[in-house]
Design a protein around this ligand. Structure first.
Ligand SMILES: [Fe+2]
Length: 216
């Protein structure tokens, strides 16, 4: 019996890629606020993990950041829209977890990694180097469960990619002289009644109902 069931597994993981509708409207303000933020370089000592020109990843999540206050409503609206339009996660809520930005200049990169304790992670491509072709190799590269490449050169500026935190992904070496800027955030999926009755997410103050029309 086990074998029969095992054979039916398809090992497919959900990955969503959609353009943030208001990207063109908000891009310059997001970049200006990140420019004003007191982020810092992130380099691992072995030289193989990360080499990132500027990030606020090391800050605690409770620190107020102007860019987060500005961009979060647009990101929440985006996720609500994707859920509603695709009729996914019925009777579930989501919570916005850690958020951070990363800026990659020439030769910067972030090697293969997963996100611990994160149902989904998201990457918003605020600014991508322009290589003059339709397909852009400087987005986040993602592997499936078998280590096969599923997203490698298909990103466009303004896209938001949402995928399970267990999938290996990386930011490839930026071989251009143009800056790549992303905002990433983790997200937990919560069954509506469980979150209320068990108080599991009391500490989370940003539990979001995805699509009012999905109620009931
Ligand atoms: Fe990541």
């Amino acid at each position: 019996m086990f074998r029969e069931r095992h054979r039916k597994n398809d090992f497919i993981s959900p990955v969503f890629v959609h353009k943030l509708e208001k990207h063109d409207e908000i891009k310059s303000q997001v970049l200006a606020l990140i420019k004003n933020d007191d982020g810092r370089i992130s380099q691992t000592t072995d030289g193989k993990g990360t080499d990132i020109a500027k990030t606020d990843f090391y800050k605690t999540n409770s620190e107020v950041s102007e860019y987060k206050e500005y961009v979060t409503p647009f990101l929440v609206e985006h996720i609500q829209k994707i859920w509603y339009e695709n009729k996914i996660f019925p009777n579930c809520l989501f919570s916005m977890g850690n958020m951070w930005y990363q800026q990659y200049k020439n030769n910067n990169f972030h090697t293969w990694h997963t996100h611990e304790k994160s149902h989904f992670t998201n990457v918003y491509f605020v600014q991508l180097p322009d290589n003059g072709t339709k397909f852009n190799p400087f987005g986040t590269q993602v592997l499936n469960l078998k280590g096969e490449r599923i997203y490698f050169d298909e990103m466009e500026e303004g896209f938001i990619m949402t995928f399970p935190g267990y999938l290996l992904h990386r930011s490839p070496v930026n071989t251009t002289n143009q800056t790549k800027t992303i905002i990433s955030w983790n997200m937990q999926i919560i069954e509506k009644s469980a979150s209320i009755s068990e108080g599991r997410f009391k500490k989370e103050n940003k539990v979001i109902e995805a699509g009012q029309e999905n109620k009931g």
